[in-house]
Design a protein around this ligand. Sequence first.
Ligand SMILES: C[S@@+](CC[C@H](N)C(=O)[O-])C[C@H]1O[C@@H](n2cnc3c(N)ncnc32)[C@H](O)[C@@H]1O
Length: 247
Amino acid sequence: MEKIESHKQNWEKLGEMDPLWAVLSDNSKRFNNWNLEEFLQTGEVEVENVYSVMRELNVGLNKGEVLDFGCGVGRLARHFLKHFDKYNGCDISKNMLERAKKINQDLSAEFFENGEDLKIFKDQKFDFIYSGIVLQHLPDKEMVKKYILEFYRVLKNDGLLVFQLPSKIPWRFRLQPVRKVYLFLKLLGLSDKFLYKQLGLYPIKMSAIEEEDMKNFLIKVGFKVLTIKDDSYCGPSVESRTYYCQK
Ligand SMILES: C[S@@+](CC[C@H](N)C(=O)[O-])C[C@H]1O[C@@H](n2cnc3c(N)ncnc32)[C@H](O)[C@@H]1O
């Protein structure tokens, strides 16, 4: 099982070598080929999609404070700030957060480094919590569930939680050959830079929790599950869901 320290190190390295690609892994944008404006623009569609579902659900939307869990370089900050008074991003990678602070220095945004939990935040702080393309990369399913419990704790009563998570990964993707070869060559002493820049190898992991399992867990924790939508965060081959929940 991957330990949290090596998980953090992997994201530190990616945050240093190619942060925008590590966030949105489009093959044509690899090796620092994202144009920043184009990259930030992708966040607008994402936030507005979430909002259109919430309008359909007819849930009361407070302005207040939003937490973007696993915010990366803060791609969504300016778009969430159209709907909230304050944006808070947290991430495990200092390198990602440094970049996030630079990109969003003109905004009412604050960035925090978290570790295995969200103890940096007091109970019932946030009106809204969002997390996209993050939980799937955590070291194991228990940690995903542990963070769901933390989301419940730091969310205000009636607050909303929206998060994405794959529900099923086909066998051929579960083998994750890129990650396996990366780990093997790393054991032989090759550097992360060489593995990424020369061989295009990286350590990103992807895991899934079945929709029924996740739904039952959310209900057990105390969330009301408002709706579950299919999404395309992981491309055409991996089934992924976005869960809309209320505390
Ligand atoms: C694929 S990126 C997505 C970034 C952002 N959510 C976005 O969509 O623009 C995944 C991010 O999750 C962060 N991450 C991974 N594990 C984390 C954890 N345990 N706590 C907080 N952030 C984490 C990584 O450092 C990385 O910035």
